[in-house]
Design a protein around this ligand. Structure first.
Ligand SMILES: C[S@@+](CC[C@H](N)C(=O)[O-])C[C@H]1O[C@@H](n2cnc3c(N)ncnc32)[C@H](O)[C@@H]1O
Length: 291
């Protein structure tokens, strides 16, 4: 693509914003994202009034608050990530990843980063869920990874013999990053990204539900369990301490799901449950009822 730059100088001037996550997050170069978006649209902003207007809405000069930065960035980053663009036209990277490499599993390649989303094996809550997956036989199984973040749990299942992963995340940026990681890992054929549990086919043989916290689990449990056959395994996380573990065990029994095993890492738990043959009909319950 022939792209002329709008800046008077051809020297790139980074304009950093820090995007924090538990894993460290990343530094995003707003100027690089802005220039990459212009280049992606294949036009010279100064001579195209429509593009100039569109670009002005995303000019770093307009960012006054973190919320505005986030809202603008999400839309633009998603488009760039999905197009496989990770540098500006000067060759500067869109971001510098700050996520820890501590604990990186040897099946994860060097290219695997968290970027602005969550999910690395350097974190105890994710490690507890990875241990829970190790305890389940996923060979030959279609798996649902709900709250996929980077997609780490689904990729772990593929490495352990699962045939396909349906990754679900409500965050568009997480969906873009999970898809990007699938491309980096050469797993795009076996890794499908969805926005909602309802988009996942009912032929799933096993599911992991790893959301923000214990309070997020009850509202999604009925829809997830509904996609699993009798006897299938469901792994629920993150659970901080034995109190939250006991709380979700009670919720599961009320829903006709049989708790079978808990995996732990540094005080964080992931609960494995089995879809019981004859449970109570599953009806959605509110987060308040689930507490
Ligand atoms: C802590 S991260 C988990 C990432 C990864 N699965 C792991 O094990 O580390 C939680 C993810 O759940 C997603 N999420 C939260 N609530 C959700 C919901 N109701 N449906 C789908 N995704 C949800 C968030 O966007 C976020 O990416």
């Amino acid at each position: 693509m022939d792209v002329r730059l709008t800046s008077r100088s051809t020297r790139h001037r980074p304009r950093w914003c820090e995007w924090r996550t538990a894993e460290g997050g990343c530094l995003i170069d707003l100027q690089a994202v802005y220039e990459a978006r212009l280049a992606q649209q294949g036009a010279f902003a100064e001579t195209d009034p429509d593009l100039t207007r569109a670009a002005a809405r995303f000019s770093p000069r307009r960012f006054r608050s973190a919320a505005r930065v986030r809202d603008s960035l999400v839309t633009n980053l998603v488009d760039l990530i999905e197009a496989g663009i990770d540098t500006c036209p000067h060759g500067a990277p869109l971001w510098i990843d700050l996520s820890s490499r501590k604990g990186r599993a040897d099946w994860l390649p060097d290219e695997f980063f968290c970027r602005p989303v969550f999910g690395s094996d350097g974190m105890a809550w994710t490690s507890a869920t990875l241990r829970a997956i190790d305890a389940v036989d996923v060979r030959g199984t279609i798996v649902a990874d709900i709250g996929a973040g980077t997609g780490i749990l689904g990729f772990h299942a593929l490495a352990r013999g699962a045939t396909h992963v349906h990754a679900v995340d409500s965050d568009p940026l997480a969906r873009a990053v999970a898809g990007m990681n699938a491309r980096l890992l050469g797993e795009s054929e076996r890794f499908t990204v969805h926005a909602a549990v309802g988009d996942v086919a009912r032929s799933t043989g096993c599911a992991f539900v790893h959301l923000w916290g214990v309070w997020d689990l009850p509202p999604v449990l009925p829809a997830v369990a509904d996609r699993l056959p009798t006897g299938a395994r469901l792994i629920l996380a993150p659970l901080e301490g034995t109190g939250e573990l006991a709380q979700i065990e009670g919720t599961c029994r009320d829903l006709g799901l049989a708790p079978t095993r808990a995996s732990e890492c540094e005080g964080w738990y992931a609960l494995e449950v089995r879809i019981a043959a004859a449970g109570r009909p599953l009806t959605p319950i509110s987060p308040r009822e689930g507490r």
